[in-house]
Design a protein around this ligand. Sequence first.
Ligand SMILES: NC(=O)c1ccc[n+]([C@@H]2O[C@H](COP(=O)([O-])OP(=O)(O)OC[C@H]3O[C@@H](n4cnc5c(N)ncnc54)[C@H](OP(=O)(O)O)[C@@H]3O)[C@@H](O)[C@H]2O)c1
Length: 198
Amino acid sequence: MMEKPDSYVTIHMAASLDGFIARKDGRVDWLETSDEFASGDTMDPEFVEAFLKTIDCYVMGSRTYETALRFEAQGLGWSYGDKPTVVLTSRELPRTRDTVEFHSGDLAQFVNGRLRPTFRNIWFVGGGMVAAECLRLGLADEVCYSIVPILIGDGIPFFDKLDKDIALHLADVKAYKNGIVELRYDVQGHGAESRNAS
Ligand SMILES: NC(=O)c1ccc[n+]([C@@H]2O[C@H](COP(=O)([O-])OP(=O)(O)OC[C@H]3O[C@@H](n4cnc5c(N)ncnc54)[C@H](OP(=O)(O)O)[C@@H]3O)[C@@H](O)[C@H]2O)c1
């Protein structure tokens, strides 16, 4: 099957200024901060809702899925709405909803042969192991990095064991009233950047 000509793979996560997406034990309690940046943009809930509707499918690693299941069990809800959600795992994990599908094996073949022909906006939502794998295999068009105004000293890195340089093009920067800075990069040779050049 041919990929959708406009299919787009984005890696999106929030990280501390020192580059960690979770503490070593997986806790993300530090994601909520009380910072205020007066001249920042407001995260308008209606805009966020409209934006989330543009995402067609989510992909995540099993450890991120296990965190999502824990949040759900604590009554904190499921962050991925009714969108198809692929969990990468070699294990048997509980499946709590019909929208969740498990995959193991060749990620490049899966993304290019199965996801890109089916979905337009494909979001990799972590964790660090999967983000690095996605970049290593040359699958990502875009990296969205939300910097939370905190240093946590140690933890799980945004890009775990990335063993090569990945050249990026800074496409957008936004600062929000809660002190979060969102950086959007095109992966060079991919996506908007290469489409603009052709
Ligand atoms: N701050 C944020 O925005 C954010 C976002 C996402 C996650 N997180 C946090 O990050 C932590 C998880 O990150 P992580 O780097 O430790 O783990 P992860 O990337 O979520 O999951 C890694 C696991 O996914 C499975 N996997 C990866 N690639 C695969 C492939 N091609 N085929 C089959 N299975 C594959 C393997 O597990 P199996 O053993 O199951 O095969 C692997 O151990 C959690 O604490 C989570 O809360 C934070």
